[in-house]
Design a binder for this molecule. Sequence first.
Ligand code: ADP
Ligand code: MG
Ligand code: ZN
Length: 635
Amino acid sequence: MKEFKDPKKNIFYYYAIAMAVIILLNTFIMPSLLNPKVEEASYSQFLTMLGQDKLSQVYIDRAENKITFADKTKPEAKLYMTGIVADNDLVTRLNEAGVDYSSPIVEQASPMMQFLLSWILPIGIFMLLGNVLSKQMMKRMGGGMNAMQLGKSNARIYIQSETGIKFSDVAGQDEAKEALSEIVDFLHTPEKYAEIGAKLPKGALLVGPPGTGKTLLAKAVAGEANVPFFSISGSEFVEMFVGMGAAKIRDLFKQAEEKAPCIVFIDEIDTIGKKRESTGYGGGNDEREQTLNQLLAEMDGFDGKKGVVLLAATNRPEILDPALLRPGRFDRRIPVELPDLLGRVEILKVHIKKVKTDPGINLETVAKAAAGTSGADLANIINEAALRAVREGRKRVSQRDLEESIEVVLAGYEKKNRVLSDKEKLIVAYHEVGHAMVAAKQKESAPVHKITIIPRTSGALGYTMQVEEDEKFLMSKEEIENKIATLTAGRVTEEIVFGSITTGAANDIEQATKLARAMISRLGMSDEFGMVSFEQDVNPYLGGSLVSTGSAETGARIDRMTIELVKKQYNKAGDIIRDNLTKLHELAKHLYEHETLTGEEFMDILNAPPALPDAPKEEGTAEAPIADSGEAAES
Ligand code: ADP
Ligand code: MG
Ligand code: ZN
């Protein structure tokens, strides 16, 4: 840092050194470079050589009064020089001898040229270099200066014409749109509200899981309202210096008030709006707290009538500081939930417009299979489908592209190069068919949509996809129990067929445990506890994290009951599998060979009359390892 103290002084040194270098170059190196080794000779020697026809490269320089020439008989082109004696016949004689001669024109301008070359040019180059260097130096120092200045926020300004996003670009989310259209109306005609004396909520908080279109909705509000749109993301406040965040907030609101009516949108507000801890021992939290305090102060300060509407979005509302949610601040909450079947179809319709498709694409099927996905996932599915079409050299997206992409987005890319051994593939086939079988043989259970044993990068070796006919909002106790039975079915099948178990059920076990535990501790579905909750889901949007509120004793009992519940379903699944062993073998063989089974294929095989009794013998060849394993397990 020291040497940057005085930039002017630095530049001076630089030029001094540069000048010295140029002088040195000019006095020592340039002359020897410019003037090749020349030996002095007498004019008579020149004439003798002319007579002997030894001359070449003759240069007659009348201005300097000298002749340079070379001896062509000598191998190295040694130059000689002599003064010109008043000799009027020189040219005639040279012509007679047929010597090539010239009078260098360049040399005429040489003093000027030489001066240019050896002084002006280097100085110019050095000046240029010096300029660039000093600018860079300034920039480096200037950067530091800016950080110290607590400069202007880089809140990006979006103007309606630029985003161009309207409510029609946001599919589904009708409730959210309705709530937001009031804000749009207010921005259009604030007088209408002022007349009655109605004040619009200062801030609206968009709450929902990631990828449901919160950011999109905020942009649509700006697009519809035709007003400037200031957008800043909470993560942008994570700055190096204490006080920066607060300054940014101040600046943002100042800009906004100048541009009112307008919308200020703070995305991912949870990054700055986290609950303040009462035990703030300074340090890391100071900065965030200052930022939050500034935000609260600004929200109190600005007058809602002016037409600055504050929007914020978060997927973690539970961690926000209560002060942010007080009346007069973000007192309106707009839930932006995951889309239902209809919503998913609508979203797919919006995004399918962006790609070229085969005629007769059925988006409903796609939406059905993509249960639980967000708008962002659906947009991604369509893009993946388009990429797949390109990869396969087609010009249009097909239905198959779309259906394949669901799996890509939901379960990771197909891993073509990862090859299961035959034995593993067989185990996975039985495991998956087991799931499907138990799902199909229970009454209150979603139908099987697809079974596959193509490994995914997500780590899944295969999976069974069940799809509800209609969107479900309530699940009965029986349905949950059946789901647990279905989840355990993979493992049961492995045990029954192969007599040994594998790690393939890890994910099933996790899910089954979660469901069983929730039934007992939160959903009031156990006889023993009844309608009592011992655990709370504190973060429903991000996969959930449970907080236990019961005693250690109840905790232990919940554990035990969970184990029992899962065991009971495990046994039930085992019974179903044992009762349907013939069909199981048949289905597993089919899946093993084809790697994928659609729901219809599955049901066709399941409902077909049992295979002929001689079939197992046919299968007892090397080609059909299923029969082998099946027999081994049965014996
Ligand atoms: P969030 O802010 O809720 O995490 P975004 O608004 O950033 O989600 O959504 C990401 C992308 O997903 C959007 O740009 C859009 O392409 C798509 N998307 C999400 N929800 C919808 C929707 N309801 N309608 C249309 N597209 C949507
Ligand atoms: Mg967002
Ligand atoms: Zn499984």
